[in-house]
Design a protein around this ligand. Structure first.
Ligand code: MG
Length: 163
């Protein structure tokens, strides 16, 4: 059995009048993330980590933002597709660790719901999903509350893969 590592990174801009959706949880906040889909930056970083670990491209190639099908798409549904793609290729997800970088709002009250969502969709135990949040001390675009960054790493194994 071989282990493979993947990393994902995403940024979305914050604007008024948009919902703030992170890990499939709608978080009350005056600003939300702008994007073609629901702009769930955290789920996007997780998807890119998984695709990267399997060397299966990135979310831009699988779900192009020029495709009207993905307009306002629920990113958890897209994650579901990524997970089944990995399963089709014989990969099992071992764990995911993600970090959100944002000035506001406080994410701590929502972390447990976010982890539950991600673990359910990825078919892995809650203990295998870590979600953290940090600020950049008011510096840069996250500090100015212009956008949110998400980073994720994951480990997958090729136990179901015929080699
Ligand atoms: Mg994105």
């Amino acid at each position: 059995m071989n282990s493979r590592i993947g990393q994902g990174h995403d940024v979305h801009r914050l604007a008024e009048g948009r919902p703030l959706i992170l890990g499939g949880v709608t978080i009350p906040h005056p600003k939300g993330l702008v994007g073609h889909s629901d702009a769930d930056v955290l789920t996007h970083a997780v998807m890119d980590a998984l695709l990267g670990a399997a060397a299966l491209g990135d979310i831009g190639t699988h779900f192009p933002d020029t495709d009207p099908v993905y307009y306002n798409a629920d990113s958890l549904k897209l994650l579901e597709k990524v997970v089944s793609l990995l399963e089709q290729h014989g990969y099992a997800i071992v764990n995911v660790d993600a970090t959100l970088i944002l000035q506001k709002p406080k994410i701590a009250p929502f972390i447990s719901k976010i982890r539950k969502n991600l673990s359910r969709v990825m078919h892995i135990p809650l203990e295998a999903v870590s979600v953290k949040a940090t600020t950049e001390e008011g510096l840069g675009f996250t500090g100015r509350e212009e956008g949110i960054t998400a980073m994720a790493v994951c480990l997958i194994s090729d136990e179901g893969r015929n080699s």
